[in-house]
Design a protein around this ligand. Structure first.
Ligand code: G3I
Length: 557
């Protein structure tokens, strides 16, 4: 097994580090068998990954690693690659200028050494978790600080065969594909990226050097900007060896489109690709349906990596819901990992296991795009969708139905009834085909459907996003139209606010929020609308940095 992995890594040019690991294999296998729980002893995730020549990794936090046997045992038994969740970040390794502290980083490396795991260093140049003393430096001093930090941190482990790769630059882009105007960018210009990679190569000629980001798993503006940057850097001889796709997914936002195709286009540039921080959060509480959807997302990511030769493996951002960053950042969300908070496996564990264990898929051809999507028989609460079948070199196994960007159902035929819709509301639907290897086609063209008025209904609400930025947006106008044949003297618009968003201002409506439901009622001066007449209101909201969701599901009564 390990020889396979060694061969694969040699392809990326680090023979020296890997050959030093070979003697560790028998020790590690024995250790794995001794500490695995009986039910999993025969087939931990790492065995299946190694059989494929891939890694399966996890982020580890130093506190439970020191204090919890269950955490240590699972981490050792199930994974063959480790990333420090926080311990190698700048604020941990160099909290003040020139004062280096490696206790946490060394703890991670020691654990990996003991358990025959590789370590991916995370992360060198990032706008977050970098101390204030760096952020305020002049250009010359910041460049010196970067040189010293990379040389010292990467240099510390350069001769250590366990540390095989680094995230050199993390999260350099905004969602629209422009460069993030971080203190790095603002002080040094975009050249800081090439400079960081050259410094890292000088500090360890054998480590694979990665650029890493989130929301770049599918094909979109941000991943295309990353693709263009990697292509350009490599054509200039900048040593970018690897691209990391974080994959912090959320079931309520749908699975990203064209993940395998996206990996492949990067691979075609000649770089290694990997998923670096996979987790799939749900809106709490857990239930069987959410667990099943979550499991599908985990499986899809493993399958995408299986199907792309240049994908070296998948790292989960932790493995137990007991220790996950998600609830701290998204208070109503969580349960994002493959073990629950009591270290019991979840359906997502089985999905990861089975996807790693299944026969390697040679299929790299996705189905063709479904065409001629139409809607018929639309009522106030439902519509019937149908489309023309896709074709596939192996066979189409089903279709995903998307409303906006969310998957709202699946079908094994070429039709689907979308129900539970709100009266007098406009929805956009698209479909995509899936094959047995988990490959998905591009999305079909969209069909727009406006449901009929409910029994007492007679108004519609349509929203325009006037402007948005990384931490907020303005929705203006929300146009309210009386679609009835008689005048109305009041209206109530409801819509869904994504988790973690907060309305910070509104005008021309009285707004209340309950859970994720926003209710906007007319003001005294704009409630009366003649037949076909319209009025409007607007709102401003804040959202967690990097979250791209917008309100949805506007309806009027
Ligand atoms: O160590 C201090 C502790 O002393 C203090 O008592 C406690 C009080 O809040 O904070 C502790 O620091 C926390 C640190 O994690 C260690 O636990 C920080 O508050 C907290 O903000 C920090 O969160 C980390 C986050 O990065 C920071 O950006 C998460 O654990 C970590 O999972 C997360 O990881 C990032 C990746 O590095 C990059 N990609 C996104 C991913 C998720 O946000």
């Amino acid at each position: 097994m390990l020889v396979t992995i060694a061969r694969r890594i040699e392809n990326f040019g680090i023979e020296q580090k890997v050959s030093a690991m070979r003697w560790l294999a028998p020790v590690a296998l024995l250790a794995t068998l001794l500490i695995a729980t009986p039910a999993q002893a025969a087939e931990p995730l790492r065995s299946h990954a190694e059989d494929r020549g891939k890694f399966i990794g996890t982020a580890l936090a130093t506190t439970p690693l020191a204090g919890e046997a269950a955490y240590r045992n699972i981490a050792a038994a199930q994974f063959n690659q480790i990333t420090a969740e926080n311990a190698m970040k700048w604020e941990d390794t160099e909290p003040s200028d020139g004062n280096y502290t490696f206790a946490g980083a060394d703890q991670i490396v020691a654990f990996a050494t003991q358990n025959n795991q590789t370590v991916h260093g995370h992360t060198l140049v990032w706008h977050s978790q970098t101390p204030g003393w760096v952020q305020g430096l002049s250009a010359a001093a910041m460049r010196t600080a970067m040189q010293d930090h990379i040389a010292t941190v990467v240099g510390r482990y350069a001769a250590n065969p366990v540390v095989t790769s680094w995230d050199v630059v993390n999260e350099a882009f905004n969602e629209d594909g422009t460069f993030r105007t971080s203190f790095w960018y603002n002080t040094l210009g975009q050249g800081y990226i090439a400079e960081a990679f050259r410094l890292a190569r000088a500090a360890d000629p054998n480590a694979r050097l990665c650029i890493n980001d989130y929301n770049v798993e599918g094909i979109n503006a941000k991943s295309t900007a990353l693709y263009n940057l990697v292509s350009s850097l490599r054509s200039q001889g900048v040593p970018v060896d690897c691209v990391g796709f974080q994959a912090h997914l959320a079931t309520q936002y749908g699975f990203p489109g064209q993940v395998q195709q996206n990996l492949q286009r990067f691979a075609d540039l000649g770089v290694e690709v990997r998923f670096t921080e996979l987790d799939v959060r749900i809106v709490m509480p857990r239930d069987a349906a959410k667990d099943a959807t979550q499991a599908t997302y985990f499986r899809n990511i493993i399958n995408a990596c299986n199907a792309v030769t240049a994908c070296s493996g998948v790292t989960l951002w932790g493995f137990t819901d007991k220790h996950s960053w998600v609830p701290d950042t998204f208070p109503s969300e969580g349960a994002a990992l493959i073990y629950d908070a009591n270290y019991a496996t979840k359906p997502a564990y089985t999905a990861v296991h089975d996807a790693l264990a299944g026969p390697p898929s040679n299929d790299t051809t996705p189905p063709t795009t479904p065409t001629a999507l139409t809607a018929s028989g639309t009522t106030s609460t439902s519509t019937n969708l149908s489309w023309t079948a896709s074709t596939d070199n192996v066979g189409v196994v089903g279709y995903d139905i998307l409303r906006g960007s969310s998957v709202v159902g699946t079908s094994t035929t070429t039709s689907f009834t979308a129900s539970g819709l709100s009266p007098s509301t406009t929805y956009q639907f698209q479909v995509r085909a899936r094959d047995a290897a988990g490959l998905t086609s591009p999305l079909s063209g969209a069909v727009s459907v406006t449901t009929g008025p409910g029994s007492g209904g007679g108004c519609t609400a349509a929203a325009t996003t006037q402007t948005q930025w990384s931490t907020g947006y303005v929705i203006q106008p929300v146009t309210v139209t009386n679609t009835g044949s008689a005048g109305i003297s009041g209206w109530t618009v409801t819509f869904t606010l994504p988790a973690g968003h907060t309305i910070t201002g509104h005008w021309n409506a009285a707004v209340t929020v309950s859970g994720s439901t926003v209710t906007a009622k007319n003001m005294p001066y704009n409630g009366t609308l003649a037949a076909n007449a319209s009025t409007s209101f607007g709102l401003q909201a804040s959202r967690p940095n990097g979250n791209t969701a917008l309100p949805s599901g506007y309806s009027c009564a």
